[in-house]
Design a protein around this ligand. Sequence first.
Ligand code: HEM
Length: 483
Amino acid sequence: MASSLSKNPPPSNLPLRPIPGDYGLPFFGAISDRLDYFYKQGIEKFFQSRIDKHKSTIFKTNMPPGPFIAPNPKVIAILDAISFPILFDTSRVEKYNVFVATYFPSVSFTGGHRVCAYLDPSEPKHTTLKSFLLSLLAKKHDQFIPLFRTCLSELFIDLEDEMDKKKEAYFNTISDNMSFNYVFRLICDQNPVDTEIGTKGSSYLDKWMVLQLVPLATLGLPKFLNFFEDILLHTFPMPYFLVKSDYKKVYDAFYKFSGPILDQAEGFGVKREEACHNLVFFFGFNAYGGMKTTFPSLIKWVGLAGEKLHRELADEIRTVVHAEGGVTFKALDRMTLTKSVVYEALRIEPPVPAQYGKAKEDIVVQSHEASFLIKKGEMICGYQPFATKDPRVFENPQEFVGHRFVGEEGEKLLKYVYWSNGRETDNPTAENKQCPGKDLVVLLCRVMLVEFFLRYDTFTVEAGTLLLGSTATFKSLTKATSI
Ligand code: HEM
């Protein structure tokens, strides 16, 4: 599928326009935008109505949570595929204490340390910690596929058990347990069930993450409770003590079983204790937290796409696995449709929807229609689902098109897939802020589809939403008739 942008590139000398929009009165403007975002409009309408009003994909707005959690809620929103990548240029945008929101949760959640995700690449500690993680991932490379296949075979047992018992299966919980199991076994070489953590790992991490992220979420309660929810979730930071003992259990288990990795961290000049808090954040927040939204969303979109796509995927997967003699890196690389389906799921529903960065200098950014001057010190917010569903780049952007990235023309579109806080065609380095798990995540999504369609012919799902992401509930599951 050709990009309409490749046929109609934007002119390079677009007129400079003042950035439209305003922040309203101090305090009240931020509260009003917050109420629109969570309750009166909802997220999609919040952005779309402002695009329509300002006739621009770049405008000023407040982003939640605002007072009293975020000191400054004012942002320049960028919502098209052309302007979005300014957020990846860390020579021009600062990521100091900036991760997925305008606020910085207390360092109590991370043992008193500012962990890698909150460091700007200009801080030497960022380079050190990210180099340590990249080298760790490189060392674990050979375990990625076999360990994931083991964990998936347990997942499919749970899935089938649940289908047998209840005639439906809520995928998120099954997937979360598998994901925790995977990250823990990858790093600690132990099944968590055989440690003090037992079967509670995912719930310990969920609570710890929720307290840090809840200012960005709504519970979807009846209208008359909105006011109370807003005060409770969005006004004051959640205290760490509520999850202190849960976090400590996970930290202690990582500390006990990741000895050789902590030795390596010391080789990078990082003390064991700080390295271990970073390990918990890398694998407990970044990796497990990412998988928590990524896998259910993948299953949801593939499920909703229907039987024809399932048949095509099953054909491709079974043919290639048979020809290559197993599920290998090489085999996975030959599965062009499977690869495309994974990219399409990451495009249509980027698992981490918002990215932020503060302008390090005056920056001129371009949308499709105009140029805008963002001043030094202003916070830029990219809401990714708009950028990766930009109709000037993707045809039928709201539609899940499994074949979208197949072939030469399809592959040209990969540079507009931004889920990893970078282009899909770029690579994470110790000097940038792109997700170091990028290749691993894409690999695991592929393996999940491969293992699924080696076992099953087709399935149906019911989709829903959760605090920060999607849910998928299996309604039917048809075992493979030919392998
Ligand atoms: C599973 C799905 C995953 C998703 C959706 C995801 C997404 C992201 C995104 C969007 C960012 C940039 C956030 C920002 O600064 O705006 C990020 C950063 C990061 N991710 Fe991932 N990630 C995933 C998995 C992983 C895995 C498996 C790891 C490795 C253990 C990982 C480690 C990190 C780290 C350390 C950072 C901070 C990078 C830096 O400071 O330079 N992530 N991730």
